[in-house]
Every structure is written in structure tokens, then in C-alpha cells.
Design a protein around this ligand. Structure first.
Ligand code: FAD
Ligand code: SF4
Length: 543
């Protein structure tokens, strides 16, 4: 649509994404403005129907960044209600569980078991009290540039464009949000971040980013199976030793247990289904007992970054910066990225506040290199890549790296892009998954139902195939359409054309839970995930 039709709003800073990184940045900016007695217009836009609707995490939360940002969070009622009290680290075989010593990074004393979605809702309230304008239900669909190529803000997507690309009676043009600085806090594999990385060559000096998919359920369990504060992690079964993956099981308040399975997207077998592996995991005798007699409340999935320090791209570009998981600050051995996401947002806020005051040399990456985030990620940088030696090799290397070298190895292990790792279907063993029992294990469609996912049906597809012919020509023929298995929402289906019997890829885009796995794992990078109309997608209550 023509720019002239769009309404325009001007701010000092626009933040894209109301996750922990974006909200921490907005709060910090307003705190700095208040401390210096200056006015600063800060706006946050969020594609979920409300703040928290698209947030999915574990989550065991390390409060270090929150302590720095809002030291009196307890008095202000932050939803950190369940201190972590016990850590268990288990190695599973098909029928047995062996308790291993908990690695030091996974000690959670001082941390809290939370819903990250609820923490974001609370952070949004704190931000609004400081004068931040937050607009949920608005997806940033386009980066705006000035004539010199500097980022000058974003535009939200038009609403009411039909499937045929033409305006419907619901049509409302997008809004241009013009800013002196724009922070991209879109989380893992942000759709606009992707375009910025390409345009400004932000990845030229770093390793490729690598990822995992996390599939999660929230349960209400029998009181006798509930131990608030208990944190359980497992490795081993049902993964084979070449595939990186493991589970988490966190006991929150109100008889709730968050359970999930995380699988590295460098997995090789195209027949692997992360969703079904997760379902199978719950049938293990050491795990099943927690859920017997319980009720599943919610379901969802989300990708997370695993590249660590060596995959952090350049963060600054003219007119803005990347923060949080949009850049990739997850500490993989800790399985935590919320505290580093928040801290990166805070440091970016301090840096661009200085830039706005005239310090042109202030850089977010340089400032982060001086913060505890860099030190923390530097120490663990070799642990995730060491798992290419297999589970046992990775555990042995990690123990050596942690206890003997103490993260100070004079080498850095590197990464390969995940999408290049699949083997062809004719060289891979098929995997037969058991049928769901409807009590402990479920199918995908009934799962998506409880993610409350909803998209306006009459809109252009937000999952675009760069070359539609590759769906069958490459993906089906060579890899047996792995997207039909790795998508945790059953969006992709191979169907037969009536009459001709020819295969065709059907995309049920309305089921998409915005995990971004297809954008990452497609072997030819042929799937381009772009934002649908704002407000569409999952409506997670407290994931
Ligand atoms: C299964 C799983 C388990 C995890 N467990 C833990 C844990 O136990 N502890 C921990 O600390 N960390 C954990 N993490 C990691 C943690 O969740 C992330 O590091 C953290 O959420 C990153 O914060 P963020 O603000 O950068 O991004 P996100 O939390 O992803 O937030 C980004 C926000 O931006 C919005 N957005 C994206 N694009 C647009 C757009 N174009 N326009 C408007 N809005 C947009 C999204 O809807 C979202 O609300 C886990 C992650 C997963 C997936
Ligand atoms: S379509 Fe892609 S982004 Fe959406 S749920 Fe499936 S894999 Fe995730």
C-alpha cells in the first residue's frame, strides 16, 4: 500500500517485541530519562494479542538482571512466587533413570520457577507506569529506511488484506512508527531481524546461529505428585546418542508442572518428529508418574538459539540495534536466556541513550562486551558444540571444560548451519512413533487446540515458499517432507491431488504457533516466515 495512506507516529525510540529484552530496554530508557530530567518518547509494539500471548519459555529464571533493573521487584509484586529448591539431573534409558551429579551451571539455588509470559505482563505494567506506550496486536512487518540507508523505524502490517492480496472491507492501512533509534527485540529468528542481518551483513564476522526447538506443555497434577520448587532435567532416551536433546520438568505454584523437550535443530534424521519424541518421553516410568491423574492445561512450541558467544552477530547498525534472542544470548548449559536477554536490553538502552545525547561512538556490542553477559557466555562457549561428539563425548568434554579448564580453553569450537545437517530420506532409518493414549500423550491437532491459536483466515499466507516447486521437487523427493514432522502444529501436509494423484504441499497456516522452526530447518531455506496480521497466533495464558 502507498506510504501516503499510512498514519505516522514519531518517537525517540521504538522497540519491536514485548519480550523480556524489549521490555527491559524500554524500562531502562525511561529510568535514564527520568534520572536526567529529560523527555523521551518510547513505544513498544507486540504481535501477540496481548503482552505474553506469544511468550513461551521453561522457565527457571535467574533474577540477576531483574535485581539490577527493578531492585524492589518483590514489593512491586513481580510474579516470582516459587523459589527453586531441588535440582535433579537424570540420564534415561528406555526403562531406567540414573541420577547424575548436577553440573554447576544447572544449580538453581537463588532462582525462581516462573511463567515468563506472566513476568512479561508484569514488566509491561511497570513500563507503562514509567510512560512507555505499549501496543499489543501490532506486528512490525517492514523496516523503514531513510535515503541514506539508515533505519528510521518500522511499519506495522496492513490489516484486512484478503488471501488474494486485495483489500477487504476490514482494510486498515499499517502505521509508520518513526524513531531516532529502533531496537529489534523480536526473539529467536526474528522476521525483520533476518532482513537487517542480510542488509547490514551483521553476520560476516560470526559463526552461523544454531537453534533448538522446544515443545512444552503445562499440566495441573495430583497434589501427591506435586513438589513446588523441584527442577528436573533429563538427557538420553528417547534421543539416540547422536541427537542433542533433553527435557525439563519444573514444578510451579498451584499444582502446576511445566514439562518440555528441547531438540537441537542440527538433528540429521528427516523422520524425527520433535513433537512425537516429546510425547514418547512422557511415557518413561520415571516421568509418567508425575502426570497420572493430572490434566493438561496448555501446549506450545518455540525455537531458541544455541549458538552462544561465537554466533552473536554485529549488534549495531545505523539507526538501531539487535537485543535479546533476536541476536542470541542463551546460555545453553544453563538453559537460560531470559536474564541475558534482559541485560542485553538494558545495556542497549544505556548505549542508545548516550547516542541520542550525541555520543556517536557508543556501540551496543562494545558495551555488552564489558558486561557480565559476555563473561558468562564466554565461559560456556565450547559446551554446546562439543555435543557433536555424541552424548557421552559431549558430557565428558563438558566436565573437562567446566571442572579442569574452567571455561578458559585456548580454543573455540565452531558451528555449522542447522539446515545443512539433514541426511537424505533413503539413507535414514524410519522412526515409528506410538499412538497417543489421550491421557498422557496426545496428537498434534488436539494440542494446537489448547494453544488457543487463531489467525484471520482471509489474509495472505504468512509462510511463503521462495520456490514452490521445491516443496515436492526437493523436500518430498529427497527428504520425505521433514516439515510435516518438525512443525509442532501440523501446518504442513503432503496431500494427493484428486484425479492425478500428484503430491502437493498443503500449508495450514492458521495453525502456526510462531515457533519459527520451518524458517530455520528447511534444507533449502525455501520457507520464509513473515508476520501475519497483528494479534494472530497463539494465545498462551501463562507459558
Ligand atoms: C522451550 C524453552 C525453554 C526455555 N527455558 C528457559 C528457562 O528455563 N530459563 C530462561 O531464562 N530462559 C529459557 N528459555 C529462553 C528464553 O525464553 C529466551 O531467552 C527469552 O524469552 C528471550 O527473550 P526475548 O525478549 O529476546 O525474546 P522473546 O521472549 O521471544 O520475545 C520476543 C517478543 O517479540 C514479539 N515479536 C517478534 N517479532 C515481532 C514483530 N515483527 N512485531 C511485533 N512483535 C514481534 C514476540 O511475539 C514476542 O512477544 C527457554 C526457551 C524455550 C523456547
Ligand atoms: S509453520 Fe513453522 S513457525 Fe509455524 S508452527 Fe510450524 S514450524 Fe513453527
Amino acid at each position: 500500500m502507498a506510504d501516503a495512506e499510512r498514519e505516522r507516529m514519531e518517537y525517540d525510540v521504538v522497540v519491536v517485541g514485548a519480550g523480556p529484552a524489549g521490555l527491559a530496554a524500554a524500562i531502562r530508557l525511561k529510568q535514564l530519562a527520568a534520572a536526567s530530567g529529560s523527555e523521551l518518547g518510547v513505544c513498544v509494539i507486540e504481535k501477540g494479542s496481548e503482552v505474553g500471548a506469544h511468550i513461551l519459555s521453561g522457565a527457571v529464571f535467574e533474577p540477576r538482571a531483574l535485581n539490577e533493573l527493578i531492585p524492589d521487584w518483590r514489593e512491586r509484586g513481580a510474579p516470582l512466587n516459587t523459589p527453586a529448591t531441588e535440582d535433579r539431573f537424570l540420564y534415561l534409558t528406555k526403562n531406567h533413570a540414573l541420577r547424575l551429579p548436577t553440573p554447576p551451571q544447572m544449580h538453581n539455588h537463588g532462582n525462581y520457577i516462573i511463567s515468563l509470559g506472566n513476568l512479561c505482563r508484569w514488566l509491561a505494567g511497570q513500563a507503562e507506569e514509567l510512560g512507555v506506550e505499549i501496543y499489543p496486536g501490532f506486528a512490525a512487518a517492514e523496516v523503514l529506511y531513510d535515503e541514506g540507508g539508515r533505519v528510521r523505524g518500522v511499519a506495522t502490517g496492513d490489516m484486512g488484506i484478503g488471501r488474494d492480496g486485495k483489500p477487504t472491507e476490514r482494510y486498515t492501512p499499517g502505521v509508520e512508527l518513526i524513531a531516532r533509534e529502533t531496537l529489534f527485540a523480536e526473539g529467536c529468528r526474528g522476521s525483520l531481524t533476518k532482513t537487517l542481518v542480510a542488509r547490514f551483513h551483521l553476520r560476516d564476522g560470526s559463526d552461523p546461529q544454531t537453534y533448538a526447538i522446544g515443545v512444552k506443555e503445562l499440566w495441573e497434577v495430583e497434589p501427591s505428585h506435586h513438589q513446588p520448587g523441584l527442577v528436573v532435567h533429563t538427557v538420553g532416551w528417547p534421543m539416540d546418542s547422536a541427537t542433542y536433546g533433553g527435557s525439563f520438568l519444573y514444578h510451579l505454584e498451584d499444582r502446576q508442572v511445566a514439562v518440555g523437550f528441547v531438540i537441537g535443530l542440527d538433528y540429521q534424521n528427516p523422520f524425527l518428529s520433535p513433537f512425537e519424541e516429546f510425547q514418547r518421553f512422557k511415557t518413561h516410568p520415571a516421568i509418567r508418574r508425575f502426570f497420572e491423574g493430572g490434566r493438561r492445561i496448555s501446549y506450545g512450541a518455540r525455537a531458541l538459539n544455541e549458538g552462544g558467544l561465537q554466533s552473536i552477530p554485529e549488534l549495531d547498525f545505523p539507526g538501531g540495534a539487535l537485543v535479546g534472542c533476536a541476536a542470541g544470548f542463551v546460555n545453553v548449559p544453563k538453559i537460560k536466556g531470559s536474564h541475558t536477554a534482559m541485560k542485553s536490553g538494558m545495556v542497549a538502552a544505556e548505549t542508545i541513550f548516550a547516542r541520542l545525547a550525541g555520543d556517536d561512538r557508543a556501540g551496543v556490542r562494545a558495551a555488552l562486551q564489558r558486561s557480565w553477559v559476555w563473561d558468562e557466555l564466554h565461559r560456556v562457549r565450547n559446551i554446546r558444540p562439543s555435543f557433536r561428539l555424541g552424548l557421552l563425548g559431549g558430557l565428558v568434554y563438558s566436565a573437562l571444560d567446566t571442572y579442569v579448564l574452567r571455561g578458559r580453553a585456548p580454543w573455540t569450537l565452531h558451528h555449522h548451519p542447522d539446515h545443512t545437517q539433514l541426511t537424505r530420506a533413503d539413507a535414514a532409518p524410519r522412526i515409528e512413533y506410538p499412538r497417543p493414549d489421550g491421557k498422557i500423550t496426545f496428537d498434534r491437532l488436539s494440542s494446537v487446540f489448547i494453544s488457543n491459536t487463531n489467525h484471520e483466515e482471509d489474509q495472505p499466507a504468512h509462510l511463503k515458499l521462495r520456490d514452490p516447486a521445491k516443496a515436492v521437487g526437493v523436500n518430498y523427493r529427497l527428504y520425505d517432507s521433514p516439515e510435516t514432522r518438525y512443525c509442532p502444529a501440523g501446518v504442513y501436509e503432503i496431500v494427493e491431488e484428486a484425479g492425478t494423484g500428484e503430491k502437493r504441499l498443503q500449508i495450514n497456516a492458521q495453525n502456526c504457533v510462531h515457533c519459527k522452526t520451518c524458517d530455520i530447518k528447511d534444507p533449502e531455506q525455501n520457507i520464509d516466515w513473515v508476520v501475519p496480521e497483528g494479534g494472530g497466533g497463539p494465545n498462551y495464558p501463562n507459558m
